[in-house]
Design a protein around this ligand. Structure first.
Ligand code: TYD
Length: 216
C-alpha cells in the first residue's frame, strides 16, 4: 500500500510544470523580507511568480489564520496542528497546485516544515504522525527547494518585539526546540532543505538565496 501511494506521489511530482520554493524559519528570522526580494528578482528576470503564505493565503485560510494567531482560549496542540493542516490542504488544492500547472514559480512563506518544527518539535507531537498528516494535506506534493533562515532565538525574539501573537508568545524554550527542529529537518533532507545563517546583512542573505535558486 505504501509503495503504491509513493508511486502515485512520484507521478504527481513528475507532472509538475512550475517550481515550488518554500521559506522557513523561526519567527523574526527575516524570511518575509527575503521572499519579497526574491520575488522582485525573479519578476525582473521575466518569471511568472506567485508569492503566497501559510497560514492564511486567501479565503478560508484567512479565517483559520485569525483563529490560529489570535484566539485567546485554550487550543490543544492536536487541534492546532489540524487547523494548520486544514489551511494547507485548502492552499494546496485551490492555490498552489493550479499555479504549478500554469508553470509559475511559487514562493511560499512557510509550509509543511513549519508544522514539523512548531507542532512536532515545538509542541512535542509525534513526528511520524505529523509527517503522515502533512502528506495527506499536500497530496504528496513536495517543494523543490526549502530555505531555512537560521537565527539565534534571542535575536529573533528581539525582532518580533513586545506585541506578540498567540504563537509568538509560546516562550524561549519552545522556540529553541523549533530552531533545533529546523536544523534536524535540514540534516534529514539535505537535498531539498538548505540552511542560511540569518545573522547577516539583508544584501548578503539575498545573494545566498539567489545562488540557491539559480542552482535549481
Ligand atoms: P506569521 O505572522 O505568518 O509568522 P511569520 O511572519 O514569522 O511567518 O505567523 C505564522 C505563525 O504560525 C508562526 O508563529 C509560525 C506558526 N506556524 C505553525 O506553528 N505551524 C504551521 O504549520 C505554520 C504554517 C505556521
Amino acid at each position: 500500500m505504501e509503495i503504491y501511494i509513493n508511486n502515485v506521489y512520484d507521478k504527481i511530482n513528475n507532472m509538475k510544470k512550475g517550481l515550488f520554493i518554500t521559506f522557513e524559519g523561526a519567527d523574526g528570522c527575516g524570511k518575509t523580507t527575503q521572499i519579497k526580494l526574491l520575488d522582485e528578482y525573479l519578476k525582473n528576470k521575466g518569471y511568472s511568480t506567485l508569492l503566497t503564505r501559510e497560514p492564511g493565503a486567501v479565503g478560508l485560510g484567512v479565517k483559520l489564520r485569525e483563529i490560529l494567531l489570535n484566539y485567546d482560549g485554550e487550543v490543544s496542540p492536536q487541534a492546532e496542528s489540524f487547523l494548520f493542516l486544514a489551511d494547507r490542504a485548502q492552499h494546496i488544492d485551490c492555490i498552489i497546485r493550479p499555479a504549478i500547472k500554469e508553470g509559475k514559480v511559487i514562493l511560499c512563506d512557510r509550509h509543511t516544515d513549519s508544522t514539523v518544527a512548531y507542532q512536532g518539535y515545538g509542541r512535542e507531537l509525534d513526528l511520524d504522525r505529523i509527517n503522515y498528516l502533512n502528506n495527506i494535506a499536500t497530496g504528496g506534493l513536495k517543494p523543490d527547494l526549502t530555505i531555512v533562515f537560521d537565527i539565534d532565538i534571542e535575536t529573533s525574539m528581539q525582532r518580533v518585539g513586545s506585541q506578540k501573537d498567540r504563537m509568538e508568545s509560546a516562550g524561549i524554550e519552545f522556540f529553541n526546540r523549533v530552531r533545533n527542529g529546523y536544523l534536524e529537518i535540514a540534516k534529514k533532507e539535505p537535498g531539498r532543505v538548505k540552511v542560511i545563517n540569518s545573522f547577516d546583512t539583508i544584501e548578503n542573505i539575498h545573494k545566498k538565496v539567489i545562488e540557491l535558486v539559480e542552482n535549481l
